[in-house]
Each structure stands twice: as structure tokens, then as C-alpha cells.
Design a protein around this ligand. Structure first.
Ligand code: MN
Length: 247
């Protein structure tokens, strides 16, 4: 389904059926213009919402540049190469994720890589924000304190063996918050056997490419630095969207 049709379908079905793609997918950024789509495929690298050096000293400019221009671009390019001139070129990331076992690993890895990095850039913000509102209440209901929540998230992040991601999610039906990890470029939107599904609110990339230049083997320091950059306002907006869909 193309983006416009997807939006139309969302409107027709009402908020109960689908999560509005605006915050989760930020569709305008993720999907290319028709001209770009014709040139090299339907997916394009979203604009980074800040400068490479904006996250200093917590994440260094060189890491950001390589991570965005090198790694993220490669996921986009590989995804385009895999779908171009096939029936898949009309599909959205969401369509792949909803039927993940139907597709080859190259789709899973690169559609995941594209979504996860887009989501990660938007999880981060150089401007400090405070955890407030419904998400604040939800976190305190489950973990009692923000520090206790962070401790569990940090433990999960340290426990990822090899490459992967850590997520704070909300269960679409029960509205319960939970922390989970995914290997490689998997994420919690992928519907497939053995995957714990949830709507992501914040994400942390724990692949070595995300921190090795600055922190080398000290993943713990990178995880600590990450908390200075989390955009709690964005996380709260995502959380609110899941509540709207409940009604
Ligand atoms: Mn990465």
C-alpha cells in the first residue's frame, strides 16, 4: 500500500485500527518523493534532525557521520536494491513488518536497519527534556522510579550479546510498558514467531559501530551517555498515540 492510500485507510478505519504513522514512521522523511523513487528505489535516507556534532560530548561527530552517512545509508541502498523492479517496491516498511516471515532476510535486515536508525535519530535530541505526563506516570507505576527503570534498561543493553537493540515499548492491547531487546536489525514491530511485539517509545542501538570510536569496548559508558540525549517529549507523543488508538 502506498503512503497516501495507507493514510486514507487509516482515516477510514478510524484510530482504533491503526497507529497513526506520523510519529512512529515519520512517513514524510522515510519515504522518497516520486522523482527520487524512480531514480534509485522507493526508500531514502531521512534528514538527520540535528548536526553531526550536536550530540557532543555524549556521541561524537565522527561516529554520527559514519553511522548516518555510512551505515544508515547502506541499509537504505540495500533495501532499494532488493525491492527495485519487483512487486515489493510499492510496499511500506510497515507492510514488510506486518508479514515478516513472507520476506527474505535481506528485506528483514535492511527494512529493519532503515526503520531502527530513523527511529534512533528521533529518540535522540541535543536539547534536554524532562519525562512528564502519561509516560512518566506509566514508568513510575511499573518501576516506581525513573532510576529503577533506567537500571533495568541498562542491564538489558549490557546483556545484548553481539549486535542488537534495546527498546522501551508499550503493548498495544494491555498498554503495559516493557523493556526488551532484539538481535541484529530486528524490531518490535516485526510480526514473526518468537518476536515480542510492542509499539516502540525509545530505542538504543548497541551495535559496536554506534560507540566503538569513542568508547571502544566500554559499552556501559555509551549507555550512560545515552540518557543525556533521550527526547522524552517525543517518547511521550508516541505514548499518547497508542492511547488514542485504544478508544
Ligand atoms: Mn547502527
Amino acid at each position: 500500500m502506498e503512503k497516501r492510500e495507507f493514510l486514507k485507510a487509516s482515516a477510514l478505519l478510524g484510530a482504533a485500527a491503526l497507529i497513526a504513522p506520523s510519529v512512529l514512521f515519520d512517513s514524510n522523511k522515510v519515504y522518497a518523493s516520486p522523482a527520487e523513487a524512480q531514480a534509485k528505489g522507493p526508500f531514502s535516507l531521512p534528514k538527520l534532525p540535528y548536526a553531526f556534532n550536536a550530540l557532543e560530548p555524549y556521541i561524537d561527530a565522527r561516529t554520527m557521520e559514519l553511522h548516518y552517512s555510512g551505515h544508515h545509508q547502506a541499509y537504505v541502498d540495500n533495501l532499494n536494491a532488493a525491492v527495485l523492479k519487483t512487486p515489493m517496491e510499492k510496499l511500506t516498511l510497515d507492510a514488510f513488518f506486518k508479514n515478516m516471515p513472507k520476506y527474505q532476510p535481506v528485506i528483514r535486515n535492511n527494512a529493519g536497519g532503515h526503520f531502527n536508525h530513523t527511529f534512533f535519530w528521533e529518540t535522540l535530541n541535543p536539547n534536554k527534556s524532562l519525562l512528564l505526563g502519561g509516560l512518566d506516570a506509566g514508568i513510575k507505576k511499573k518501576w516506581l522510579t525513573l532510576d529503577a527503570f533506567k537500571a533495568e534498561f541498562n542491564k538489558a543493553a549490557l546483556g545484548v550479546f553481539g549486535s542488537g537493540w534495546v527498546w522501551l515499548c508499550v503493548n498495544k492491547s494491555s498498554k503495559e510498558l516493557f523493556i526488551t531487546t532484539t538481535p541484529n536489525q530486528d524490531n518490535t514491530l516485526m510480526v514473526m514467531p518468537g518476536n515480542k511485539e510492542g509499539v516502540p517509545l525509545i530505542a538504543l542501538d548497541v551495535w559496536e559501530h554506534a560507540y566503538y570510536l569513542k568508547h571502544q569496548n566500554k559499552r556501559k559508558d555509551y549507555i550512560e551517555a545515552f540518557w543525556n540525549l533521550v527526547d522524552w517529549n517525543k517518547a511521550e507523543l508516541r505514548f499518547q498515540e497508542t492511547n488514542i488508538t485504544k478508544k
